[in-house]
Design a protein around this ligand. Structure first.
Ligand code: R5P
Length: 328
């Protein structure tokens, strides 16, 4: 029987797979979509090499691999790459790498001689493995988009965070949004505009390649105001500790800390716990181990990005606009 080409479906159904990087988030995305996470084995051999086996065929299907690339970074990255290759070799029709947190995003340019651009390398590896598309939340810099030659969706978690801030803003006194560094100025400005609040900036200068930072000056007024400090990620906590101290020295009242990616490496959670901060607002792009989360107690508010990822996956599958979700 002859088929009209326009009636033919290009992809089969949605198939969701997850690595071991963020199992809870992956399950929440699956719950949002009402689709199960497909079975697979991920085995690590004694020599640390990984092996993946799918429990069922993905031939002709529209497959989404959810894998964050936070700690253990290299294991999570390799899982992602190997899963993509496995799906490709099993003839998936389309493979989308769903990466809530994109590792190496901070290494995005040669800003000194004889250094790599590792974010570009990771993008290349994802493509070579066989991904057709990608979805990334809040990469450190927008240019990551240009490192891929496949299409993708770069998403912001700030719509979800703003909803929460609008709610708690009622209780704040003269709130001001403060960005932890100038690199975040544009996003900070958008947040301030959405909250109808003024903005201030911290000028921060990195003094070495060893993750130590130094907060220098504050541009703008925080005196006798509640401060909403924003950054894309908290890694060691060094930047945020200095930022909180700086705004406090400049007369800030209550301080709220926002970060999209709670990396919380080494003793970051201990350092954060000691800060005079009213609330830490973050997301689940990176899972926070319970022992770290408990140090922050009920000051920690985690906003899930699962509905965001779920809706974008649904729209990508149906060939509908994603920009529409953000009134674009
Ligand atoms: C850097 O440019 C980022 O925006 C963050 O400020 C940085 O990743 C935070 O790192 P840490 O918590 O180690 O100071």
């Amino acid at each position: 029987m002859a088929h009209n080409a326009l009636d033919m479906k290009v992809y089969g159904g949605i198939k969701l797979y997850a690595g071991t990087g963020s199992p809870e988030l992956a399950q929440h995305v699956a719950d949002y979509l009402g689709e199960p996470l497909c079975g697979r084995d991920i085995i690590q051999f004694p020599n640390e090499n990984l092996f993946v086996k799918l429990h069922s065929s993905v031939r002709g299907q529209d497959v989404y691999v959810i894998q964050t690339t936070s700690s253990p970074v290299h294991r999570n990255l390799m899982e992602l790459l190997i899963m993509i290759q496995t799906l490709k070799l099993d003839s998936a029709a389309r493979i989308t790498a769903v990466i809530p947190y994109f590792a190496y995003g901070r290494s995005d340019k040669k800003d000194q001689p004889r250094v790599p651009i590792t974010a570009r390398l990771i993008a290349d590896m994802i493509q070579v493995a066989g991904a057709d598309r990608y979805i990334i939340i809040e990469p450190h810099a927008g240019q990551v988009q240009g490192f891929f030659s496949i299409p993708g969706d770069i998403l912001t978690a700030f719509y979800r965070i703003t909803e929460h801030l609008v709610e708690i803003k009622q209780k704040m006194k003269d709130p001001v949004v403060v960005t932890v560094d100038l690199g975040f100025a544009k996003k900070g400005r958008n947040l301030a505009a959405n909250l109808d609040a003024p903005i201030a900036f911290i000028e921060k200068r990195r003094v070495a390649n060893d993750a130590k930072a130094q907060a220098l000056t504050i541009i703008g007024d925080v005196n006798d105001r509640d401060v909403i400090l924003v950054d894309d990620e908290i890694d060691t906590g060094g930047s945020i500790v200095q930022a909180v101290n700086l705004v406090k020295q400049n007369g800030a009242r209550d301080v709220y800390v926002i970060c999209v990616h709670p990396i919380f490496s080494s003793s970051a959670s201990e350092r954060l716990a000691a800060l005079p901060v009213k609330q830490f607002i973050t997301t689940d792009t990176v899972p926070i181990p319970p022992e770290k989360a408990s140090l922050l107690g009920d000051r920690l508010k985690i906003i899930s990005v699962a509905p965001l990822l779920g809706e974008v996956i649904l729209r990508a599958h149906q060939g509908r606009s994603v920009g529409e979700m953000f009134n674009e």
